[in-house]
Design a protein around this ligand. Structure first.
Ligand code: GLA
Length: 371
């Protein structure tokens, strides 16, 4: 039996850097994804072929050890390791994959690869495991095997998104809900700055560390033991201003405000309030730029140019930041104007010409038997 697993990349509408603070996030699946085919082998080897890189690799299921290298196949080896570590039995497999998600653009190509591989292996090995748990195992693969301390958003999104809906995830309870996206006259534009963010893993991990430090100090001074910044109020942050180092104050202020923006966004989307939704996106970008400090010149320029274009309701960086993409909520009829404006006005100002995509909300990973 051969199976094919197709898993989408994602953009996040709002709720950035809130997942690892046990807050809310609101991603959607996108039209770009990873397509992976796999068949079982009789031994315990996994042979992988990356169609786009035209590269092959082989690893043994009995020799997987986390955090050992920085290889392109680590995402796949990590998924195998996470399943085995959880006590599931796996046979070897022949895997081949490719896709159209630009790599290093912050659109979760790695999560899509993990999710597609996990879903294919589950089907081939007839494992009994639900999608939510599988998404968590993919996150574990990335945290422990690959060594990136990501939250749960990307793997959840790639696994659980629904067409024409956003995925509201409560990263404390790990429950989720599909929120209808009624955007018949609007589109989401994705504009890739092509500033590669692959070297930014350490900055990302540093932000996580800063949130931990801020929480520890807030708890220490108030004598209340909160589990995460999710439980911190704006009032707590204002009081903490007197004892937190300036940058930890800014980071926690952003997280608390951003977390409040997610339910506000859901309300705006449900009410069809595009102006409100756009305003929240703009505020989120400003916070990411000035408080959380994960934007960069290129993303700021793209967001600003987008906002100044007629028909654009709001624009913000999406994903971890430090490069990658912005998204803009725009009237469909104004998409050509937006693209023209971005191309014309960034010419000569950016190192690389930005790439422009549009997307609607795609469904999550699908597995089918192909032979
Ligand atoms: C990356 C991580 C996610 C999330 C975002 C920021 O995409 O993988 O878990 O933390 O950054 O919101």
């Amino acid at each position: 039996m051969r199976v094919q697993a197709d898993a989408p990349g994602r953009i996040n509408l709002i709720g950035e850097h809130t997942d690892y603070n046990r807050g809310w996030v609101l991603p959607i699946g996108i039209a770009m994804g990873i397509s992976l085919t796999a068949a079982l082998r009789r031994d315990n080897l996994v042979k992988v072929y990356a169609r786009d890189l035209k590269k092959e690799a082989v690893f043994s299921l009995s020799e997987l050890s986390p955090g050992n290298g920085h290889n392109w196949w680590d995402y796949l080896a990590g998924v195998c390791w996470a399943l085995l570590d959880e006590g599931f039995e796996l046979s070897g497999a022949d895997i081949s994959f490719g896709g159209d998600i630009p790599i290093g653009a912050g659109l979760s190509s790695s999560a899509a690869l993990e999710v597609a591989a996990a879903a294919a292996l589950v089907r081939l090995n007839s494992l009994d495991i639900d999608k939510k748990k599988l998404a968590l195992l993919c996150q574990k693969a990335e945290n422990r095997y690959v060594g990136v301390q990501c939250g749960v958003m990307d793997q959840y999104a790639s696994m659980l998104c629904k067409r024409n809906h956003a995925l509201l995830i409560d990263c404390r309870s790990l429950d989720y809900e599909h929120v209808p996206l009624k955007l018949s006259q609007q589109a989401l534009a994705i504009i890739d700055s092509r500033v590669n963010r692959s070297l930014a893993g350490s900055d990302y991990n540093r932000r996580r560390e800063e949130c931990r430090e801020a929480l520890a100090l807030i708890n220490e001074h108030s004598g209340v033991k909160r589990q995460s910044l999710r439980e911190v109020t704006l009032q707590d942050v204002e009081q903490a201003r007197f004892f937190l180092p300036e940058e930890l104050y800014l980071r926690s202020l952003f997280v608390v405000e951003e977390n409040q923006r997610v339910p506000a966004m859901v309300r705006a989307l449900r009410a069809g309030d595009l102006a409100g939704a756009g305003r929240l996106m703009n505020e989120s970008h400003t916070g990411l730029r000035d408080l959380y400090k994960v934007s960069c010149r290129e993303l700021d320029l793209l967001a600003e140019l987008s906002r100044g274009t007629p028909g654009v309701w709001g624009a913000r960086l999406t994903g971890a930041g430090f490069g990658g993409c912005i998204i803009a909520l725009v009237q469909k009829e104004n998409l050509p104007d937006l693209q023209r404006r971005i191309m014309e006005e960034t010419s000569g100002l950016l190192e690389k010409e930005p790439c422009f995509y549009t997307t609607s909300a795609a469904g999550g990973c699908v597995v089918k038997i192909i032979t």
